[in-house]
Design a protein around this ligand. Sequence first.
Ligand SMILES: Nc1nc2c(c(=O)[nH]1)N[C@H]1C(S)=C(S)[C@@H](COP(=O)(O)OP(=O)(O)OC[C@H]3O[C@@H](n4cnc5c(=O)[nH]c(N)nc54)[C@H](O)[C@@H]3O)O[C@H]1N2
Ligand SMILES: Nc1nc2c(c(=O)[nH]1)N[C@H]1C(S)=C(S)[C@@H](COP(=O)(O)OP(=O)(O)OC[C@H]3O[C@@H](n4cnc5c(=O)[nH]c(N)nc54)[C@H](O)[C@@H]3O)O[C@H]1N2
Ligand code: SF4
Ligand SMILES: [Mo]
Length: 707
Amino acid sequence: MSNDQQNPIKTICPYCGVGCGIQVRPGEEPGDMRFMPWGDAPVNEGRICIKGGAATEVVDHEDRLTEPLIRDDDGEFREATWEDAFERIVDELERIREEHGPDAMGFYGSSKVMNEENYLLQKLARRYGTNNVDNCTRMCHASTVWALRRSLGAGAMTNSMRDLGDEADLFWIHGANPAEQHPIANSQYFRQAVLDGATVIQVDPHANKTTESFEIEDTDRHMHLQVEPGTDIPLLNIVLKTVLENDWVDEEFVDERTRGVEDLEATLEDFDKEEAAATCKVPLEDIETAAEKYATAGNAAIFTGMGMSQHTCGVDNVQNEINLALITGNLGRPGTGVNPLRGQNNVQGTCDVGAMPNVLPGYQNVDDDDARESVEAVWGFEIPPEPGLTNVEISMAAGDSIHGLYIMGENPVMSEPDANEVAERLERLEFMVVQDIFMTETAKFADVILPATSWAERGGTVTNTDRRVQRMRPVEKVHDDTRHDLDILAEVGTRLFGDDAGFDFSDPEAVFEELRQVCPSYHGMTYDLLGEEGIHWPCYEPGDEGDPYLYEEEFTTEDGLGYIEGVRHQPPAEVPDEEYPLVLTTARLIEHYNTGTMSRRSPTLNRQHPENFVDIHPADADRYGIEDDDEVTIRSRRGEITLTAQVTDDIKEGVVWTTPHFAAASANRLTNEALDERAKIPEYKAAAAEIDVRIEPTDAGAEADDD
Ligand SMILES: Nc1nc2c(c(=O)[nH]1)N[C@H]1C(S)=C(S)[C@@H](COP(=O)(O)OP(=O)(O)OC[C@H]3O[C@@H](n4cnc5c(=O)[nH]c(N)nc54)[C@H](O)[C@@H]3O)O[C@H]1N2
Ligand SMILES: Nc1nc2c(c(=O)[nH]1)N[C@H]1C(S)=C(S)[C@@H](COP(=O)(O)OP(=O)(O)OC[C@H]3O[C@@H](n4cnc5c(=O)[nH]c(N)nc54)[C@H](O)[C@@H]3O)O[C@H]1N2
Ligand code: SF4
Ligand SMILES: [Mo]
């Protein structure tokens, strides 16, 4: 068929949680796919960021895994048939269960793959006999979800991109960078509000494209509070105390819709604002001015990102944002709320369908007897009643109580903290399967590697940050011997548990039909009803269209009230000292994506930053004798990486800022694996570090001597 006879296919961008619609036109050969805008796509109406436009570049990349690989006795990978690969997997999973019990296995779902596939993966783990199943939300918004569920009811954005863009008068952007990480949400929705007069308060140790896009530094209207990493509680406590002192509290809202304000008042009674301002290294007057702007704006919306969630005090960080929204009555209306913009294209859905150790599909607690029974009635087997381990806990137990791992679409050797240790632990496993589209840093430790098809080659549904469930449609399969994630899981499940065990699915729609039966908030959706617009959950019955914003009348906590709870400063688990005098923090770039398996292989995305770098403040650079573009080594107690220095006052003095995207200088060799006690999220955003200028022993050294 020639090009012009082939219709473009409407699907969803595979990168971030905004969920932009794109079209893909098949070419002469499978793999010659071309991006086309989708003019009336529901979320983005044809607009696209650099990643969406370049998404097809990696589909036919020469590094794609195209055959199953099995590690042989001398440790080398050899190409294998699917039959051999499946046999090996089934033998090993059965052996591990026999020798060590089902909790000796861990399963990683993937926020890069479809709802149906994650649904099947968590069902497989539970049929095997364990709740040790999780996904990257643990490293991401786990603490946000924990705090939101406890204090408001649901672990999702309280508002939607559209109502925020239409109605907000102020954006409080706290440890989030929407101009780079959710670019279309920013340009299509939030920017319009700012053009219409909304104010932006950014709380971040680093200036970035969000700062630039709203010209935050150039106006009196907006503010950038350049906070010291890990001191967000004292900063928000200053804001809260200022609101209480000035009677900016919405008394009616607090009386009727919340409980716990006394606890907040008591916590802040002896709180010393001057001391707290010194701790977070932001002038007190600036924080007070920001407090006034927030509290006196008509509709004030909080965006909360990784700068808040990825701390040992992540839950308390987000609770303090909830406190602020509740005492000022900024919840339950358009243009307000506490809003985590979700990260991966399908992290919302992966959690919705139950790929988590403590909940079944639809966030039904696995330790709730009634919930288990209702799901068991559909599944036909007993579900283990105790919550399982989170993915970071699974990884920490690898080689001890965890003997085998099944990883679908995650790359923990780069994405988990203290990565040198992660690699050592994976080495100690008896058996590991990795199912991915590329040979990742993690796959190198596997015993069996399964080549999956990519996003453009198969269908299914994904759920974006607004809880909108949308269909992805297959363009064309590119390699003969790859398989869809769904088919792989169906085969493994059927071989392990038998033809009638409920894994024998041949298409995603059939899986979705079962998912609807066990996931109340998806119950009213069908593939037909999803159509091109998608449907927001909760959708309990056909025709329901989930609310664009939550909690208009009441919260979905047990008593219907929003919970206020005072919190106190807890420094990061590791703070600077003489040996490691700098604070290291890590965050993202617009062109790269997470562990870079896709973006580093995309010529368009890799052009601007082909290698890692570290931002260092001019005053620190002076003290260390570092100049722009010098090669430097950053060390922490856990490892070191060598990369290029960028001397810039974008970053706060005393802080070094780098990215997690590059394997050659992988930031997680440095980060600390300390966890938030409740949400179990690692502290990626603060560790103690030291920096050295690299002395080249050979030619470069000689040149330096000549100088
Ligand atoms: N281009 C691109 N887009 C992405 C991704 C990507 O890798 N690339 N990843 C996706 C994923 S999985 C996610 S979760 C989202 C994440 O999106 P964001 O939540 O925006 O994540 P980050 O860029 O990691 O961190 C946000 C900001 O936190 C700041 N920060 C660091 N430490 C602190 C601190 O202690 N306090 C405060 N207040 N701020 C701090 C950083 O400087 C950074 O500007 O993005 C998604 N979108
Ligand atoms: N230092 C530091 N570390 C961090 C963070 C940070 O801010 N700083 N952020 C954390 C956050 S928020 C997150 S979400 C995690 C992300 O951590 P990961 O989820 O481990 O990272 P990704 O790079 O998104 O990995 C996704 C994998 O899925 C594969 N994949 C893509 N499409 C498919 C498919 O269709 N099928 C299959 N089977 N595989 C596919 C990709 O090749 C890739 O290997 O990283 C965390 N790590
Ligand atoms: S904003 Fe996110 S979903 Fe939209 S095109 Fe960019 S990466 Fe894709
Ligand atoms: Mo994430």
